[in-house]
Design a protein around this ligand. Structure first.
Ligand code: 9MR
Length: 362
């Protein structure tokens, strides 16, 4: 008797829960839903590749496939992951990601071979007598392993400091870089040469942040110029540059002007290289607001969106040499700087930053 009395109520509760759950977070009919908005890669197909990052759990999702055509591993192809000990490699995670990405139609950027961060301890312990051989073997092994699968390699990442430039790039590199400490500036030439020899099909990049800063841009410019001259002298028949590209990471904030980015692109243009905007995100704050952990404001968010549009106008105007624009994350919550809402999607919804980017081409 009692059982039958409760039956209709239980049924109502079950139906209500199912309805509630199916509506919960379901924005898929919204015009701003990530899969409903215009595909970025389609929109910019006559200008440049559009990239994002991949992680083992997110590679080749429908959202990535809709908007992007090139992927960079956020962390899993860094030296500490791939090469924990000298001569021993752990390629499994990277191999799976690269395979899934390629099978899904993406190009893949190799990130990164030589850095001062996220490296195994053996990289930190090289010395002037063993560093050249160790470095060449490591590059040959890693680049050789992925031969034919990598569109471009970030051979060296972040080898220059911010700040003033004394006019001699060879004495201006970061001391924390163990290869520089052991070999001096020659490590640049030898590492790019080893990468070229291991996979001549890959485009070789130097990658760094804050390259909108004129002094840092000048250091990189002078380094690329001199290393490419050295290569040309050693291989007069070579029909390619050794350092073929400069990756301007693009970890910006609302204090970074489009004009400063344009000025560096103008400088790099003189080298005959190509450029990738390799890790784009824009804090909805100035750098000092971000450092002080201030709360976000609507003004800051509007400014970041405006800047996205302004930056893209510069990229479009230079698309003859810009081959790729890669965002460092899809949505704000998964960003390494999530508290300052630096990306162009929030959850699964396009932000005004996304719309400013689309409108930059109209
Ligand atoms: O996004 C990456 C983050 O998950 C890592 O914790 C961080 C550690 O250094 O590296 C981030 O990616 C960096 C990239 O590899 C090189 N340029 C700066 C990026 C942000 O730190």
């Amino acid at each position: 008797m009692k059982k039958n009395f409760y039956k209709p109520f239980i049924l109502v509760i079950i139906i209500a829960s199912v309805l509630l759950l199916s509506n919960c977070d379901d924005n898929t009919d919204d015009p701003d839903y990530i899969l409903n908005v215009v595909s970025l890669k389609e929109h910019f197909k006559d200008h440049f590749l559009i990239g994002n990052i991949m992680n083992p759990g997110s590679v080749a999702s429908e959202k990535l496939k809709h908007h992007y055509n090139v992927l960079t591993a956020e962390n899993d192809m860094k030296p500490d992951k791939i090469n924990p000990n000298r001569g021993s490699y752990n390629f499994r995670t990277a191999d799976n990601m690269v395979k899934t990405a390629i099978d899904s139609g993406f190009l893949v950027v190799g990130h990164t071979l030589l850095w001062h961060s996220q490296i195994p301890s053996w990289h930190r312990s090289v010395n002037s007598s063993n560093a050249k051989g160790y470095m060449e073997t490591y590059i040959k092994d890693v680049v050789g392993h992925f031969k034919g699968k990598i569109y471009s390699w970030d051979v060296i990442n972040e080898a220059f400091p911010d700040g003033g430039y004394n006019g001699d790039w060879k004495t201006s590199m970061r001391n924390e870089n163990p290869w520089y400490s052991a070999l001096g500036s020659d490590f640049v030439y030898y590492s790019f040469l080893a990468a070229r020899q291991a996979d001549s099909g890959a485009i070789l990049y130097y990658n760094d942040y804050n390259l909108n800063m004129s002094s840092k841009a000048k250091m990189v410019h002078d380094m690329v110029r001199d290393v490419n001259i050295r290569y040309k002298n050693a291989y007069p028949g070579a029909d390619r540059l050794l350092i073929e590209g400069i990756g301007m990471q693009g970890h910006h904030n609302t204090g970074v002007t489009a004009a400063s980015i344009k000025a560096s692109i103008d400088l790099f243009r003189q080298l005959g290289v190509r450029i990738s905007i390799s890790e784009l995100d824009v804090l909805s704050q100035t750098w000092s607001e971000y450092s002080a952990q201030n709360a976000l404001t609507e003004t800051g968010k509007t400014k970041a969106a405006q800047l996205y549009g302004d930056y893209f106008k510069v990229f479009i105007a230079n698309s003859d040499i810009i081959e790729r624009v890669t965002f460092w994350g899809v949505n704000d919550s998964e960003s390494w700087r999530s508290r300052a809402a630096p990306l162009i999607f929030s959850g699964d919804m396009a932000k005004s930053s996304y719309h400013k980017i689309i409108d930059s081409l109209k």
